[in-house]
Write a protein that binds this ligand. Structure first.
Ligand code: SF4
Ligand code: SF4
Length: 356
């Protein structure tokens, strides 16, 4: 994809998001679609229930979802899972998204990048999960996974695929931030760091690896310092400050009627309004945090429009999840200016790598 196309697609996305946020228009501008719950890995913190959600949307159902979403304003589809590349029809799905000029991102565990390179190369961005150095990553994500993921990242980058790493922070990988950043620099990537949320499941294993609030705060302070020193950290200072200064415990959500804390973030969360998730069984959720508790409706029963409307009465104001303040920032005037600069920088770096 050339740089002008990338700029055009991002401009369309941010225009829709900005208008949606400013005018209060609720539409699925960004859809995170779990196209399958199948996965070769079993990460300890995975919120995908591999056993219970037996139903997987058919090819036609996914394409219809994309068509309906497009009519309603969808300009970004992020394919997730499970492992999205595991689907035999993933090429058809990606082609359909790309043909509509919708940004197509893929979140992957990295294991099938080499086998599905033709598909991967069509994505606008690949997000690969890697949780630290070999020991730390394999504790979070299973023995032997580090080497396979790294191999996938190398292949993606050698083939010019825009790739970012996401690291889920836990007690296992608290000391791996520097390792991840040095890998990111080596391969020309950016990194995001996520909090392991209790909401993702209550197994004993997860409880053991959860960072305490103090540990979370300290690690984000460290990340903010590293960003100030020019390290390739994607989250804005606005987002890092949101996490560092979060006034409740990280597992707690600030509700709109919480008089004491609702002033902490006065803007409406974009999840459930302009951004949302579709599960592999067709159910529509606002975000991963509400996965366990939200009474979702399925596109298979009521269609996307009604399933989306079902989220209009959310009671939360904000939470500790970094994605919510990040999207808010990206759609602010300053965030849009920074986004344009970032896109130009990214395009220039892609161009240099291609001709080096
Ligand atoms: S790779 Fe993703 S979907 Fe697969 S087990 Fe890990 S977190 Fe879950
Ligand atoms: S405030 Fe948090 S929990 Fe509520 S919709 Fe937004 S991201 Fe989800």
């Amino acid at each position: 994809m050339n740089s002008l196309t990338m700029l055009y697609k991002r401009a369309r996305l941010f225009k829709e998001l900005f208008l949606g946020k400013t005018l209060g228009k609720r539409a699925p501008v960004g859809l995170f679609v779990l196209v399958t719950n199948r996965c070769q890995m079993r990460c300890s913190y995975c919120f995908v229930d591999h056993k219970l959600r037996e139903r997987e949307l058919s090819t036609k159902e996914v394409l219809d979802l994309i068509d309906e979403g497009y009519r309603m304003g969808t300009r970004l589809v992020c394919l997730m899972g499970g492992e999205p590349l595991i689907r035999d029809d993933i090429d058809v799905i990606v082609d359909h998204i790309v043909s509509k000029g919708i940004i197509c991102d893929i979140t992957t565990n990295g294991l099938l990048i080499k086998d599905k390179l033709d598909v991967v190369k069509k994505a606008d961005m690949l997000m690969v999960s890697l949780d630290g150095d070999e020991k730390a990553n394999d504790l979070n994500r299973g023995p032997g996974s580090y080497k396979k993921i790294l191999e996938g990242i190398k292949v993606a980058r050698e083939n010019g695929v825009v790739t970012r790493i996401n690291t889920v922070l836990s007690k296992n990988n608290m000391d791996s931030v520097d390792h991840i950043l040095s890998l990111a620099k080596q391969y020309g990537m950016y990194v995001t760091f996520s909090i392991t949320a209790e909401a993702c499941g209550g197994s004993e294993k997860i409880q053991e690896m959860l960072l305490s609030d103090e540990e979370t705060r300290n690690i984000y302070k460290q990340i903010k310092k590293l960003k100030s020193r020019g390290q390739p950290i994607l989250f804005s200072h606005h987002t890092l400050d949101h996490v560092i200064n979060y006034p409740l415990s990280y597992s707690q959500i600030i509700q709109r009627d919480d008089e004491k804390h609702k002033g902490y973030c006065t803007r409406k969360c974009m999840f459930g309004n302009q951004l949302g998730y579709v599960d592999s069984n067709g159910k529509v959720y606002p975000c991963a945090t509400l996965w366990q508790t939200y009474k979702a409706k399925s596109i298979l029963d009521v269609g996307l429009r009604q399933a989306w409307d079902n989220m209009k009465n959310l009671t939360c104001q904000t939470c500790s999840c970094p994605s919510a303040p990040e999207w808010d920032y990206l759609t602010s005037p300053q965030g849009i200016i920074d986004g344009i600069k970032f896109t130009i920088k990214q395009a220039a770096s892609q161009f240099r790598r291609k001709y080096e």
